[in-house]
Design a binder for this molecule. Structure first.
Ligand code: ARG
Length: 230
C-alpha cells in the first residue's frame, strides 16, 4: 500500500521493534507475537499481505508518518505527544508500566524511585514517565528493553520501568529479579497510521472491530498470555 519504496499495492507494511515479547519478538529468525498476529489478521481482512519491518522503537512513528510503513504496531501506547505525528486506531490492549527490581531491593513502589537510576527502552512511555515524573531520577536509556534488564541483573542500575507483560517475559529469562505490585501508569495500545491516511484508519478500525466481535483478538492474546498472568 505504501506509495513509495516500490511496495506492491496489496502489501500492508508494519513497522515494529521486535524486542518486546509477547507482542513482537524473534523466534528463531522469524518475528512473532500478538501484534504480528493481529496485523496479519487485519491484512487478511483487507485482502492484503503483511510485511513486517523491524527497526528501533523510536523509528516506528517516523516510519509511519513519512509513509515508509503503513501501520505502526509495536505495543505502542496512545499518548498525546505521539498524536501530533500520527493517528491512532481504536485501542486493542490495556497495559501498564511496572517496576522491576532485584529480589532484595529496598525499592517497594514508585515513591522509592526518587534519586535512583532507572533503566528504560529509549523513546518508550517508560522513558518519558520516568524522566518526567520521578524526582532526581537518573534515567538510563537502552536501545532494547532486555539490555536494561541485564544491566539491572549486573547491578549497574537500581530499577527498570517497562510494560507489564514484557516485564513478566524478561523476568522469566533473568535471575533474581521481581516485579513490584504497584503499577506506575495505566495505558492502552493502538496502531499508528499516517495522519493523511483516513481511509486506512477507517479500514483498520473496521477490521479491529470484527476481530474483537468474532473473539479472534481474545484468542490471539490467550495464545501468548496465560490467564494466570492476568
Ligand atoms: N508501550 C510502550 C510505549 O508505547 C513501550 C512499547 C515498546 N514497544 C516495542 N516494540 N519495543 O512506549
Amino acid at each position: 500500500m505504501a506509495a513509495c519504496g516500490g511496495k506492491e499495492d496489496d502489501t500492508l507494511t508494519m513497522a515494529t521493534n521486535a524486542e518486546f515479547p509477547p507482542y513482537e519478538y524473534y523466534e528463531n529468525d522469524e518475528i512473532v507475537g500478538i501484534d504480528v498476529e493481529i496485523a496479519t489478521a487485519i491484512a487478511e481482512e483487507l485482502g492484503m499481505k503483511l510485511e513486517v519491518e523491524d527497526m528501533a522503537f523510536d523509528s516506528v512513528i517516523p516510519a509511519v508518518s513519512s509513509g515508509k510503513a503503513d501501520i505502526g504496531v509495536a505495543g505502542m501506547t496512545v499518548d498525546p505527544d505521539r498524536l501530533e505525528s500520527v493517528n491512532f486506531s481504536d485501542t486493542y490492549a490495556d497495559a501498564s508500566q511496572v517496576i522491576i527490581v532485584k529480589e532484595d531491593s529496598a525499592i517497594a513502589g514508585p515513591a522509592d524511585l526518587e534519586g535512583k537510576s532507572i533503566g528504560v527502552q529509549l523513546g518508550t512511555t517508560g522513558d518519558t514517565y520516568s524522566s518526567e515524573n520521578v524526582k532526581d531520577a537518573k534515567v538510563e536509556q537502552y536501545s532494547k528493553g532486555f539490555e536494561a534488564v541485564q544491566a539491572l541483573t549486573q547491578g549497574k542500575i537500581d530499577a527498570v520501568v517497562i510494560d507489564s507483560h514484557t516485564a513478566k517475559e524478561f523476568v522469566k529469562e533473568a535471575e533474581g529479579l521481581k516485579i513490584l505490585d504497584e503499577a506506575f501508569t495505566e495505558e492502552e495500545y493502538a496502531i499508528g497510521i499516517a495522519k493523511d491516511n483516513d481511509e486506512l484508519l477507517e479500514k483498520v478500525n473496521k477490521a479491529l472491530k470484527s476481530l474483537k466481535e468474532s473473539g479472534k483478538l481474545d484468542e490471539i492474546v490467550a495464545e501468548y498470555i496465560k490467564a494466570d498472568a492476568e
